[in-house]
Write a protein that binds this ligand. Structure first.
Ligand SMILES: *Cc1c(COP(=O)(O)O)cnc(C)c1O
Length: 395
């Protein structure tokens, strides 16, 4: 089976991890802060706070922004469930803003009207999560000023978009359009630490709070203590935090992988361009990045023709899996998950997301995908489309 995504691990990565394993500190040493600095330099962000997953980063980001009972977080419905679960962890509520069904990114027009309506009703969210689907940046030049005008904090879930650039050329994570940006280092993402995540911000106070929540709510900084420090051994727990720390082994892998970040994004874009050319005459619409932006190309998503109930997608998906192609679907809209329907969401609530979902298939894309394997994917897609009664292999 050709997988839809796969990590790339080199001898240098292995050597870096072994060296970390043999060092004095396998947690809380110098590699974690070095990895944080490395990605701050890459993105231009002032502060980086790693954690054991992007999910944990989303949680500490929400806590640092003060999300709690009575607050609401807004998110697009087309994302991984972690983008919104973070609000529920804090006792806050979730609302969704529909996506553009052709990009799967949050629809800025809809966001603008929803914000105006919420402002009129006094129900503005405390924070907005935007998701750069598949690594393609959202239209942040429009979205960020809308949020700012209404005093809504912006969290970018850039789990897919490590190494991406906005249409204005700025690098995702630099903080020009968001209060906090989250990266994921899960093995299928752009670079990996096995499990791991990073929260980037230009706000020193938010960074300090995220560090506090990452590590039990414990501080050794006398300036943050209640009363006096009792000596060098002394620490205080001043908030209810967690153990969300990344290990030195993970950071060593991350530092080594970061050397190849740009090469990975370049290779992913080359493979995506090959798909674009090969698929041009098939009955599929590739999800296309915003003009002028550079997608990190975490995912290559095609939209097959729509059909009531999504039967065409089902048939194409099944035929490709049967042909040994590890296609996938990103994502089942979060509001359709049973846990969220228990919160009151219903099928039909977000037609853009549901329309997108009936059509979407992610094709294999990762730096180690060779062109012969990619050609097998392309042939299998053509055959699967033909078999589903759509225009495919004749191309
Ligand atoms: C992968 C992913 C996450 C979660 O990342 P982890 O590091 O696995 O916790 C969150 N949001 C999106 C959009 C993702 O793709």
């Amino acid at each position: 089976m050709i997988p839809y995504g796969r990590q790339d691990i080199t001898d240098a990565d292995v050597a870096a991890v072994v060296e970390a394993l043999r060092s004095d500190f396998i947690t809380q040493g110098e590699r974690v802060p070095a990895f944080e600095r490395r990605l701050c330099e890459y993105t231009g962000a002032a502060h980086g706070v790693t954690a054991n997953s992007a999910t944990s980063c989303l949680h500490i980001a929400c806590l640092a922004l003060g999300l709690g009972p009575g607050d609401t977080l807004w998110s697009p419905p087309v994302t991984f469930v972690a983008s919104t679960n973070c609000a529920l962890y804090c006792g806050a509520g979730v609302e969704f803003v529909d996506v553009d069904p052709l990009t799967a990114n949050i629809d800025p027009d809809r966001l603008a009207s929803r914000l105006d309506a919420a402002a009129a009703e006094g129900r503005l969210p405390r924070a907005l999560v935007v998701v750069h689907m598949g690594g393609a940046p959202c239209d942040m030049a429009r979205i960020a000023p809308l949020a700012r005008r209404h005093g809504v904090a912006v969290i970018e879930d850039a789990s897919h978009a490590v190494g991406a650039r906005y249409a204005d050329g700025g690098i995702v994570g630099g903080g020009q359009h968001a209060d906090i940006t989250i990266f994921s280092f899960h093995p299928v993402k752009i670079i990996t630490t096995a499990e791991g995540g990073l929260a980037l911000t230009n706000d020193a106070e938010l960074a300090e709070r995220m560090r506090l929540y990452r590590s039990h709510g414990i501080t050794r900084d006398p300036a943050r203590m209640r009363g006096e420090s009792e000596g060098d051994w002394y620490y205080q727990q001043v908030a209810l935090g967690f153990n969300y720390r990344m290990t030195e082994l993970q950071a060593a892998l991350g530092i080594s992988q970061a050397d190849r970040l740009d090469a990975y994004v370049t290779r992913r874009n080359e493979l995506a361009a090959r798909y674009d050319a090969a698929l041009a005459r098939m009955a599929v619409t590739p999800v296309t990045p915003l003009a002028g932006s550079r997608s990190a190309r975490h995912l290559y998503i095609v939209l097959v023709p729509d059909s009531e109930g999504g039967q065409i997608r089902r048939r194409v998906f099944d035929a490709m899996r049967a042909a040994g192609i590890g296609v996938n679907v990103h994502y089942i809209p979060v509001h359709l998950q049973p846990y969220y329907s228990d919160l009151g969401f219903r099928a039909g609530d977000f037609p853009g997301a549901e329309h997108y979902y009936r059509r979407a298939i992610s094709l294999p894309l990762y730096p180690g995908l060779d062109e012969a394997s990619q050609d097998r994917v392309i042939d299998a897609l053509g055959n699967a489309l033909d078999a589903a009664g759509c225009h495919g292999a004749a191309a």
